[in-house]
Design a binder for this molecule. Structure first.
Ligand SMILES: Cc1cc2nc3c(=O)[nH]c(=O)nc-3n(C[C@H](O)[C@H](O)[C@H](O)COP(=O)(O)OP(=O)(O)OC[C@H]3O[C@@H](n4cnc5c(N)ncnc54)[C@H](O)[C@@H]3O)c2cc1C
Ligand SMILES: *[C@@H]1O[C@H](CO)[C@@H](O)[C@H](O)[C@H]1NC(C)=O
Ligand SMILES: *[C@@H]1O[C@H](CO)[C@@H](O)[C@H](O)[C@H]1NC(C)=O
Ligand SMILES: *[C@@H]1O[C@H](CO)[C@@H](O)[C@H](O)[C@H]1NC(C)=O
Ligand SMILES: *[C@@H]1O[C@H](CO)[C@@H](O)[C@H](O)[C@H]1NC(C)=O
Ligand SMILES: *[C@@H]1O[C@H](CO)[C@@H](O)[C@H](O)[C@H]1NC(C)=O
Ligand SMILES: *[C@@H]1O[C@H](CO)[C@@H](O)[C@H](O)[C@H]1NC(C)=O
Ligand SMILES: *[C@@H]1O[C@H](CO)[C@@H](O)[C@H](O)[C@H]1NC(C)=O
Ligand SMILES: *[C@@H]1O[C@H](CO)[C@@H](O)[C@H](O)[C@H]1NC(C)=O
Length: 497
């Protein structure tokens, strides 16, 4: 999920590369629009306050509203709407529900699942919910639902505080938090959901409400129910003091896989809640490379933690002591991406990175790498390893995910990036086979994966809800039925129970 191709791309370039010439874009978006959806767009425009606005395929705002990090997650909607208040979100949801119009809700737009925050109907972009408000008495921060984490970190840095959020530039506050939230600080403070104090939520019937731990069912469901219970406009989260941090990224020289494996296998036995580690493999242009992202929540890491990684020869090494936002700024996904990059990611939970499991990830990367490259020479296949502290799930309770908080799960990922849309159909089956093969090796190696739920934000489209929410699925279905009897949120894509 992480890569470092800092590519700056003007909006006009995004527009041309994504859709061809502006004229083509307008034509294609207009052709796809039905008169009913257009009428809904006009009704919304007439109903909302001057804080909000509806945009059509001719405008730059429309392009920015429908554009996602990866082109495979963008669609040409009939119109887009940028609500500027919870009251307007309420009006919009009422109109969408009563007209049964398909819609999508976009926070940061970083999903790698097609259709989760895109639509041919009405695209809602939460971009105008962009306030960061510090409450130093309560030691909380109020976050607008349209913010990205890098914006949040930059705003909090002058206060010497921080919150538990994403690790890469551009990832949205909303989707990450509604999907759980793995942070550099999760070993110490838990998932992002374990740090939420309250949500401002527009229910499917348009009622605006504040959800706290007093609201047993919604509190359970919103952590971690994505867009199933309505549209969140604000999150109030706990803040924590923040010093300078140590860390960075290393790309290892070729043929260092054995050293990387040894370092990872040894590292996972160490327990230090201030530390975080992400190791990655990447097959591209006929070559396998590897690297790591190191993090320590203090200006200097203790001895004995990261030496094995630091000793491996590198082709690029950028490790230093810096402010938290400066560190985050070097973890650039393709952001803005080369506008044609497509990406699917598939979570592969295991309980240990044994040598056999590491080898299985290497095998799958080397197996599928050449195959997808034979279909699209721009393609690459990546694997991500995320060892966690055994206590990671002990910082919270009573949420839809994880279904079992008693043990840590190592949420690994297999991902493919490519450009040719004609080969889309080949990617998900490849990733599913890769996941099954790795997990079969883990089981043969003695791991019990029966509690190893797939992390919501890494679950590839088509993952059965039981693999994610386990025994919580029936309760989630009951809560959904009570909160959304008319299935308004069924008009939007995404993970459904
Ligand atoms: C490069 C990269 C790095 C990542 N790094 C991390 C990481 O460090 N930690 C981690 O946990 N995950 C990470 N992820 C996964 C990430 O959490 C998910 O992709 C998440 O969905 C992104 O949130 P978003 O707001 O940007 O997404 P969006 O695409 O905008 O939304 C994702 C889903 O949430 C729904 N949604 C969004 N906002 C709202 C709202 N306000 N109300 C109701 N529903 C809403 C959407 O409808 C959609 O179904 C990463 C992903 C990528 C591509
Ligand atoms: C928006 O409407 C309010 C009253 O409803 C008005 O006070 C305000 O000036 C308007 N703002 C703009 C930018 O038109
Ligand atoms: C800060 O939070 C406290 C406790 O929740 C609340 O009473 C107070 O009004 C908040 N202050 C501001 C400025 O919002
Ligand atoms: C490390 O990243 C910083 C911030 O992006 C950059 O200024 C610096 O040149 C990088 N150093 C190396 C060695 O790549
Ligand atoms: C990796 O693949 C090779 C054959 O390509 C096979 O012999 C070996 O058992 C595989 N190892 C794992 C751990 O999957
Ligand atoms: C690969 O990328 C280049 C430039 O980004 C593009 O021109 C080319 O069409 C792409 N190839 C395929 C097979 O999509
Ligand atoms: C994309 O893939 C299709 C199907 O394999 C192929 O026919 C087409 O030539 C490819 N496009 C490019 C630009 O390579
Ligand atoms: C695997 O773990 C589950 C609980 O997490 C337990 O019920 C089951 O008995 C275990 N299976 C084996 C074979 O140990
Ligand atoms: C909207 O839904 C909520 C939650 O189910 C319910 O409490 C409320 O009464 C509903 N409001 C209306 C106007 O139907």
């Amino acid at each position: 999920m992480l890569s470092t191709t800092p590519l700056l791309c003007a909006l006009s370039l995004v527009r041309v590369a994504l859709f061809g010439t502006p004229a083509t874009l307008d034509d294609r978006a207009t052709l796809g629009a039905t008169p009913q959806v257009k009428a809904t767009c006009h009704r919304i425009a007439a109903a909302v306050s001057n804080a909000s606005e509806v945009f059509y395929p001719h405008s730059a705002q429309y392009i920015s509203d429908i554009t996602h990090t990866y082109a495979s997650s963008s669609e040409l909607s009939t119109c887009s709407v940028e609500p500027g208040s919870a009251g307007d979100v309420s009006k919009i949801l009422r109109i969408l529900g009563s007209t049964r119009t398909p819609f999508a809700v976009k926070g940061g737009g970083h999903t790698t699942n097609p259709g989760f925050s895109s639509t041919r109907g009405v695209q809602i972009s939460l971009a105008r919910f962009d306030k960061v408000t510090v409450n130093s008495t309560a030691r909380t921060v109020e976050l607008g639902a349209g913010l990205t984490w890098d914006q949040v970190y930059a705003a909090l840095d002058p206060f010497g505080i921080n919150v538990v959020g994403g690790r890469v530039r551009g990832v949205g506050v909303s989707g990450l938090t509604l999907g759980g939230g793995i942070s550099f600080k999760s070993n110490k403070y838990g998932l992002s959901i374990d740090n939420v104090v309250s949500y401002e939520l527009v229910l499917p019937n348009g009622t605006i409400t504040s959800v706290t731990s007093e609201d047993t069912d919604l509190w359970f469901g919103l952590r971690v129910g994505l867009n199933n219970f309505g549209i969140v406009t604000k999150f109030v989260v706990k803040s924590h003091p923040q010093t300078k941090v140590w860390g960075g990224i290393m790309f290892y020289s070729p043929n260092q896989l054995d050293a990387v494996k040894d370092a990872l296998v040894k590292y996972q036995q160490k327990q230090d809640v201030n530390a975080a580690l992400l190791v990655f493999l990447n097959y591209a242009s006929g070559q396998m490379t590897s690297g790591s992202i190191l993090f320590y929540d203090a200006p200097v890491p203790p001895k004995g933690l990261f030496e094995d990684f630091l000793a491996i020869p590198t082709t690029l090494k950028n490790v230093s002591t810096w402010s938290f936002p400066d560190l985050i700024s070097i973890f650039n996904p393709l952001s803005p991406p080369p506008s044609s990059a497509r990406n699917y990611a598939c979570g592969v939970p295991v309980t240990q990175y044994s040598p056999a499991v590491f080898d299985a990830f290497v095998n799958q990367t080397l197996l599928w790498g050449p195959r997808v490259v034979s279909l699209d020479k721009n393609a690459s296949v990546a694997a991500f390893f995320e060892p966690f502290d055994s206590s990671i799930f002990s910082h919270g309770s009573g949420s839809a995910y994880p279904p079992d908080r008693s043990q840590a799960i190592f949420q690994s990922v297999l991902g493919v990036t490519w450009t040719n849309a004609s080969i889309d159909g080949h990617i998900a089956p490849a990733l599913r086979q890769g996941k099954d093969a790795v997990q079969a090796v883990a089981v043969a190696d003695g791991q019990n994966l029966s509690h190893a739920a797939v992390y919501v934000n890494y679950a590839m489209f088509g993952t059965p809800p039981e693999e994610i929410y386990g025994q919580n699925v029936p309760r989630l279905r009951r809560i959904r039925a009570a909160i959304d009897p008319k299935d308004v949120m069924g008009l939007t894509g995404g993970l459904k129970f």
